[in-house]
Ligand binder design. Structure first.
Ligand SMILES: [Zn+2]
Length: 102
């Protein structure tokens, strides 16, 4: 029997009693195509990512490549999924801060 652990609260998910939610998060760098921006864009801009990758050494590339495209999968129990669903970006709740107008 496969045991799943919630990646958020580390609780073992008993799939007989609880749902197991699988959350897939794909993050990638998006460079705006010059055609879409309408402005004058340096031709070099098109090769920006390639240039960056050529300039960095392997160790840096590993980190950078991870930042350029990242696909991650998480298992979550029901209660964690409900919390995740309400706040997928993990934002801290907005405090009602009164800004004084000077
Ligand atoms: Zn959980």
């Amino acid at each position: 029997m496969i045991h799943y652990t919630c990646d958020r609260c580390k609780k073992v998910i008993n799939t007989d009693l609880d749902f197991r939610y699988e959350v897939n998060i794909v993050t990638q760098v998006v460079l705006d195509a010059p055609e879409l921006t309408g402005g004058e864009v340096e031709p070099d801009h098109l090769n920006e990512v390639d240039d960056i990758l050529q300039r960095v050494d392997e160790a840096e590339c590993e980190q950078l490549c991870e930042d350029l495209y990242q696909a991650r999968r998480f298992d979550m129990c029901t209660s964690c999924f409900i919390k995740y669903k309400q706040n997928p970006l993990g934002e801290t709740p907005q405090q009602q801060v009164e800004f004084s107008e000077n």
